[in-house]
Design a protein around this ligand. Sequence first.
Ligand SMILES: [Zn+2]
Length: 349
Amino acid sequence: MIVRATEILKAIQKLNSAEKHRLREYLIVALTASSSTGTVLHEISERKNKNGYECPDCESEYIVRFGKYTTIVDGKDVKKQRYRCKACKKTFTDLTNTVLYRTRHLNQWIKFIECMIEGYSLRKSVDLIGNITHVTLFYWRHKLLSSLKQMDISNFEGIVEIDETYFFYSEKGQRKIKDRKPRKRGGSAKKRGISNEQVCVLVARDRDKTTFSEISGMGRLTKDQLDKAIGHRLSNENILCTDAWRAFKTYASEKGMDIYQFKSDGKIRTKGLYHIQNVNNYHRRLKGWIQRFNGVATKYLNNYLAWFQVLESIQHQRNEVTMNDLIIKGNLIENRETYDTLRLAKFTT
Ligand SMILES: [Zn+2]
């Protein structure tokens, strides 16, 4: 039986609001995923090859087209270009060494990105994506995050707010934990009484919202850690706003930078334009968001920090623009991590 569009529209009008809501959800999934996939792959190809083709293996520019390969988009076979390097004879595609490499089910990957933006647990994501294992999803998550982690930020401009925040050291997910009493895992720690078992996360943010957030080491931040982390993004044109920790003061005076420091007792919170409220708010949002994971293994904490940074930059919104943006960003960077390298990684500072 052929149903005409006018009949469908009439039928829609008869739906109650709960049914309309379900229809709307269905249409979003059915229509947006398929329309965006082709565009996304096209854009990855254009941006990746913006300076012409280059071999991912030997960097030769002597490249020829070398047949097509098939990938699956929404259950349908889609042909994509394969290339061959005339110098080393290896073949590659636009997705070689990216997170999407060897992922034949692109529509599943798009659903996975949705789950990432929503911050769903692995278990919930497995249910929503369907036909996928917990292990594969764990691998996708960390492969995407380790790509996002490598994205470079620009230098800081003008006033830079810098502050540290602390997390408990955690070996969550590691089977044998010897000589270690069980305790609250990976939660947030208070600044008072910082020990060398607490993980220091340094966050620096300028007023254009250029943000750096990474583990600086165990225990209190040192001047050398600060310099190693963000020294190359700062110049003596910058004005630092920090808490009262002395490493900041020593650093600023050695580099000839102006600095405004604010004590954590909070009596004087601002001096005109100068304060650390943006970076403190960032910490607060970060800690609130990370709670949903019930503790994060310290060796993956930098991945989660990069993830949160991306979510902040898209304002935690899920729509076609932000989804495509995340898929493209996640696949412009080469990434040779495998399940084993991710799983067996050790935390080092
Ligand atoms: Zn080559």
